[in-house]
Design a protein around this ligand. Structure first.
Ligand SMILES: Cc1ncc(COP(=O)(O)O)c(C=O)c1O
Length: 396
């Protein structure tokens, strides 16, 4: 009988010497390396051993030449999307891609014309902005509203934007980064209906969809009938398995004409494949063993985010969004003073490097995002330092 694996997320594993961007970019981004990094969305928790073993097994063979599209990768993606997200996916709908951001850029290039506008529900993951603008398209910003501590879509504004002839693409973070919002099936159906009625392609970036906290459940755009003809869904093993450095991502597009357009763009950029180790990792991760790892990981992260929110909620001047998904906590520090001063206090007094809100667009001004995917023995003392620094009752 198989021994049940219990994953250890508590042991601190040093990333020194591993070229981790999260650590190595501290000096450049925060002006000091003497700061604990809770910024970029990768985890300081280990990739599961069974996945590492598969990579090592492949590395035992000394040749790393060109690789074909092997079936196991497509079978694994199909199995994962059906078993974890209730989405039936035909193999022909799947395209590989080095990263979700690559797919975003290709979607902008293929689904819009220069000068067109792309709808973003802000604040949202920074490359949604940069890859729209790099491709000479305009942003049609539709700020999310904060209602009772969670993000809501602004339907009247959205309807007004989607009807415009220059608006041809909407980029959705589903679930939402940085707000940790799980969009409901009803919201997604309404959005899909609006996009379809106005000839707007809906790009549903579902990279965070595996890290969802009960009772919330992820709804893939693939399961929304209204989205079938106009959606591109993107996913990756980057977040769930802490494998962003392996660059293993994929898109799923049910509509044949849309898929043809998108794929032609991927191929023009020579970006329609995943590297050898990425394929090994995809085939290994998206499996029953991967689902078991994910289940344990989500339980650990849920407790982390709850404890972090509990601590920050003791602060009068900081408002937090309790995430329904993602290991990220979005915090409003606007009452604590000017943004630059708050940043300096976080870095130099609390000793933490957080993601600054403006990375997520102008709507993020004054906000910070905390990455909670760390062993608790490091994460919780860091949050205690933030609390001590911003406690308006003060010790002085
Ligand atoms: C919403 C979202 N999309 C995409 C990415 C990046 O994905 P990739 O590394 O596959 O480009 C991130 C990373 O934080 C993200 O939060």
């Amino acid at each position: 009988m198989d021994q049940k694996i219990v994953y250890d997320f508590d042991t601190v594993v040093s990333r020194t010497g591993t070229h981790s961007e999260k650590y190595e970019a501290r000096e450049r981004l925060f002006g000091t390396a003497e700061v604990e990094p809770f910024w970029v969305a990768d985890m300081d928790l280990p990739t599961p051993g069974f996945l590492v073993d598969k990579l090592c097994e492949r590395l035992d063979h000394p040749m790393f030449g060109y690789t074909g599209q092997y079936d196991a990768v497509f079978d694994a993606i199909g199995w994962w999307m059906e078993s974890q997200h209730g989405a039936m996916v035909e193999r022909a709908w799947i395209s590989l891609s080095p990263s979700v951001v690559t797919s975003i850029s290709v979607a902008v290039q293929t689904m819009t014309q220069p000068g067109d506008s792309v709808v973003l529900l802000s604040p949202v993951y920074g490359p949604f902005y940069s890859f729209t603008q790099i491709n000479d398209r305009k942003i049609a910003d539709c700020p999310l509203r904060v209602e009772q501590g969670r993000f809501e879509m602004d339907w009247p504004t959205l309807e007004g934007l989607l009807i415009r002839p220059d608006v041809t693409l909407l980029l959705l973070s589903n679930p939402h980064n940085p707000g940790g919002r799980v969009w409901s099936a009803a919201e997604l159906a309404r959005l899909a209906r609006l996009c379809a009625a106005n000839g707007v392609t809906l790009f549903s970036d579902e990279i965070h969809c595996d890290i969802v906290y009960p009772p919330h459940r992820h709804t893939s755009m693939l399961t929304i009938d209204e989205g079938r003809g106009s959606c591109i869904v993107a996913h990756s093993i980057g977040k769930t398995f802490n494998a962003s450095g392996l660059q293993a991502s994929f898109t799923i597009i049910p509509d044949q004409a849309l898929r043809k357009r998108f794929r032609a763009g991927l191929e023009r950029t020579h970006a329609s494949d995943v590297n050898l180790l990425g394929k090994v990792a995809l085939a290994a991760a998206l499996s029953p063993a991967g689902a078991d790892y994910k289940r344990q990981l989500v339980a650990y992260l849920r407790e982390n985010t709850l404890q972090v929110c509990g601590k920050l909620k003791t602060l009068d001047d900081v408002d937090v969004m309790v995430p329904e998904a993602t290991y990220l906590v979005w915090c409003d520090f606007r009452k604590c003073g000017p943004w630059g001063e708050v940043l300096q206090r976080l870095i130099h007094e609390a000793g933490v490097a957080l993601s600054g809100g403006t990375f997520f667009g102008p709507a993020g001004e004054g906000w910070f995002r905390i990455n909670c995917a760390h062993p608790r023995s490091l994460l919780l003392p860091a949050v205690d330092r933030i609390v001590a620094e911003f406690n308006s009752h003060g010790n002085d």
